[in-house]
Design a protein around this ligand. Structure first.
Ligand code: URA
Ligand code: ZN
Length: 363
């Protein structure tokens, strides 16, 4: 029975080089008070000058960019195959004229890393979304011909106005045509003001535990409300972190749609595909939720045959220096084993068989 990790990131050397050349977020740099350690500063607000330089962002070591370390991590955690993806913030920040070339270079780099470990690595590509739509469409077409690519990872900003922007329609059409799955992943979180004036005392907890999942939930709700899946009925989207909070809130979302006089008057409450239909037809959910409660909600929303194991490596490493196994990974394993304790076929599906089938992995 294969174990497949579909939520696992890399910053390939070409991307780290790009971040090292920058001085505004996102960037990689050393600080005078700790010149031996580079820090990765990617999240909005992470380089707030009121934060000591040694607590800004996170230290970046080879686990972020060295593919051999990914394989070692997979071996430690009994993962047969990983579908690697560039981590946030992808290419969102690049000037329009640089994005197309950067996407080609980075996608080729990642495809080449996969080629070094046949059968063990596949990838989700990245799109040049700050470039004109035609450039992104050309990359979608090119990715369809790269041997190890099994979809694209995308953030929630789209072309700058979010995923309900009608200007994305040609891109959605190209993705649907090439049967390219979108792995939708958060990065921007919520405005810092919602975390309050004491936010600095709480580290990354509020933005990562709540900001990330709510960002995903809002992005996917906006896609639904704008009728993306009514126009692109075959568009497939894999949602990070078990869909943010969508499985839990889907009923409330649907009820709010049905009770909205403005939508009713505009004729938008009838003849549309509802959230439950889309959850079971177009959406896949990863199993990166660390508890049985969340995983059961995901299973009830989309079905056990649409859930896929993930780790979020290299994020959330153990804080103990000598730990070998990662608590974050074992929490996801254990949520799967308790949720599916009486259904081994479903457990094996979530751990790997679903990924093999859905992503056509040639194991
Ligand atoms: N933090 C990030 O910035 N990205 C992830 O994928 C996980 C944690
Ligand atoms: Zn992630």
């Amino acid at each position: 029975m294969p174990i497949v990790d579909i939520h696992t990131h890399i910053y390939p050397p070409t991307y780290v080089e790009l971040l090292r050349s920058r001085t505004t977020v996102p960037y990689v740099r050393t600080f005078p008070d700790a010149p031996e350690s580079s820090r990765l500063i990617i999240l909005p607000g992470e380089d707030d000058p009121s934060t000591p330089s040694t607590s800004r962002g996170r230290p970046i070591g080879p686990e972020y960019y060295d593919i051999a370390q990914k394989i070692a991590f997979m071996d430690t955690h009994k993962i047969d195959t990983s579908v690697i993806s560039l981590a946030n913030p992808w290419l969102d920040f690049l000037p329009s004229e640089e994005a197309g070339e950067a996407a080609r270079r980075i996608n080729d780099d990642v495809d080449g890393l996969c080629a070094q470990y046949p059968g063990r690595l596949y990838a989700f590509g990245t799109l040049p979304l700050s470039a004109p739509a035609e450039t992104a469409i050309k990359e979608i077409e090119r990715l369809a011909g790269l041997k190890h690519m099994r979809g694209v990872i995308m953030g929630t900003s789209g072309l700058g106005k979010g995923l309900d922007d009608a200007a994305l329609d040609p891109i959605y059409a190209a993705l649907e045509k090439h049967e390219t799955l979108i792995f939708l992943h958060p990065h921007y979180g919520l405005p810092a003001s919602v975390y309050g004036p004491r936010a600095n005392e709480y580290g990354h907890v509020l933005p990562l535990a709540l900001g990330f999942p709510l960002e995903t939930t809002i992005a996917v709700s906006r896609m639904l409300l704008s009728g993306v899946w009514d126009r692109f009925t075959k568009l497939k989207v894999l949602l990070a972190h078990s869909g943010g909070t969508l499985p839990f809130l889907a009923g409330r979302l649907e009820s709010c749609i049905q009770h909205d006089g403005h939508l009713k008057e505009a004729g938008k409450t009838e003849g549309r595909r509802d959230v439950w239909d889309i959850l079971k037809t177009n959406i896949y959910l990863d199993a990166v939720i660390y508890s049985e409660v969340g995983l059961k909600a995901a299973m009830n929303a989309s079905g056990a045959d649409r859930l896929l194991f993930g780790t979020d490596h290299p994020f959330f490493p153990p804080l103990e220096r000598d730990a070998k196994e990662w608590h974050s990974v074992n929490a996801n394993y254990s949520a799967i084993s308790t949720t599916f304790k009486d259904d081994q076929a479903s457990a094996q599906g979530v751990l790997g068989n679903n990924a093999v089938r859905i992503l056509k992995l040639g194991l």
